[in-house]
Design a protein around this ligand. Structure first.
Ligand SMILES: [Fe+2]
Length: 400
């Protein structure tokens, strides 16, 4: 049995060895091919800046150290060869640097596993029939069990919503859960905030949000008033004496998909016409303008901006306003329909996590008095996706 060489890569992950079958220079590209037919067209300057310990990537930090201003027109591959184990070896002119590239690292780029959406579960849009209530996981030991937490987070990314049952009802538990995953997103509501419903409280002057009343809340996403609205919300039920007040959730990815097929003109209006959203209050003036359906760049998560209490102004030509309002009405009707909306009660010890930019959440009106206390946090996609990637890669590394 031959011993494979140890080659550092431009990151800290372990890559399976994947010997390259052919390396064919073609102008400024090097065409790599593997025995199973996988291919990668590697650009010369990209290869040069990924030479580990050869002036491209620092061995200690595994970060790039080649300032783009220093790329030289003289740079070229003076020789290209495959080592006996199928690694790529390039001798660079004019400085004579010899760099070996791990074939497994190159292969992960050929396979697209370097992309922002790699190592993450693929989103699975759902209707109310397909998902009548949130996928549910045992929350009794979720702080101490990486695998249990990883499975819950995977469902959170897949379905945009996942529930933990049986969590402690300590007031700080939700924040501890968020901190296990990453940095919590602070807002003007605070790091951790309360949604308290109490019949006595309706209409009182100390509430800063429609959420803190006993009124119905239509399907919405929180804080579209921000350049980047918070990625996820975790709502922890610590007390519930009420009847009614069920949570409602609809998958905005499924609603957007249905609009695209069934109402293409409304879909186009929702994707292209902007609205100004703003949080008003003594001492704050958060505003942002954007479309209600925002797909962002390829591979980024969907962003819906939909919250009528903070939707201020149409930011479009006057002639576009009739179709913008018509499209928004259909969007909201679909989001609130039995076809798309699930409905479920909160029990003390439940934590429901959901993608605040994908899932349209709301609440039915309460039917009886009593108190209900939810503790909420926001945590951004960056944190949840990083946690999920690390978990996925750790699990993959354990596979034989
Ligand atoms: Fe909300």
């Amino acid at each position: 049995m031959t011993t494979l060489p140890t080659l550092p890569t431009p990151d800290f992950y372990d890559y399976s060895w994947a010997p390259i079958a052919e390396a064919r220079p073609d102008g400024r590209f090097l065409h790599l091919r593997w025995p199973d037919g996988a291919e990668l067209a590697a650009f010369d300057w990209w290869l040069r800046e990924n030479a580990v310990d050869g002036g491209g990537v620092d061995l200690a930090t595994r970060e790039g150290i080649l300032d783009p201003a220093e790329h030289s027109d003289e740079t070229e591959m003076s020789s290209v060869e495959l080592t006996e184990h199928g690694a790529l070896r390039i001798t660079w002119a004019p400085d004579g640097v010899v760099a070996d590239y791990h074939p497994g690292w190159l292969r992960h780029v050929a396979d697209g596993n370097h992309r922002a959406d790699s190592w993450l579960p693929k989103p699975k849009p759902w209707t109310a029939e397909q998902l009548p209530e949130p996928p549910t996981h045992d929350g009794t030991n979720v702080l101490g069990d990486d695998e249990a937490l990883g499975l819950w987070v995977a469902d959170l990314l897949r379905f945009g919503i996942a529930r933990l049952r049986g969590c402690p009802t300590d007031l700080d538990f939700n924040q501890q859960l968020g901190e296990r995953i990453g940095a919590i997103r602070d807002t003007n509501f605070g790091v951790s905030w309360d949604v308290k419903a109490d019949v006595e409280m309706a209409g009182s002057s100390d509430t800063n949000s429609t959420a803190n009343t006993n009124l119905r809340l239509g399907p919405h996403t929180d804080l579209p008033t921000r350049e980047t609205p918070p990625g996820f919300q975790f709502l922890h039920c610590v007390l519930n004496e009420t009847a009614g007040g069920f949570s409602t959730m609809a998958d905005g990815a499924a609603v957007a998909g249905a609009l695209e097929v069934e109402y293409p003109e409304h879909y186009e209006a929702l994707c292209t016409l902007n609205w100004v959203f703003f949080n008003r209050g003594p001492g704050i003036d958060h505003r942002w303008s954007g479309p209600m359906i925002d797909h962002g760049v390829d591979g980024s998560p969907l962003t819906l901006r939909a919250f009528y209490p903070v939707r201020g102004f149409p930011d479009m030509a006057p002639e576009d306003m009739p179709r913008a309002y018509a499209a928004m009405r259909v969007f909201s009707q679909l989001a609130a329909s039995d076809r798309f909306q699930m409905s479920y009660p909160f029990e003390p010890g439940d934590i429901v996590g959901f993608d605040n930019r994908r899932i349209l959440h709301g609440r039915d009106a309460f039917e009886s008095g009593g108190r209900r206390h939810l503790r909420g946090i926001y945590i951004d996609h960056d944190e949840v996706r990083s946690f999920a990637r690390v978990t996925s890669r750790r699990l993959a590394a354990k596979q034989p």
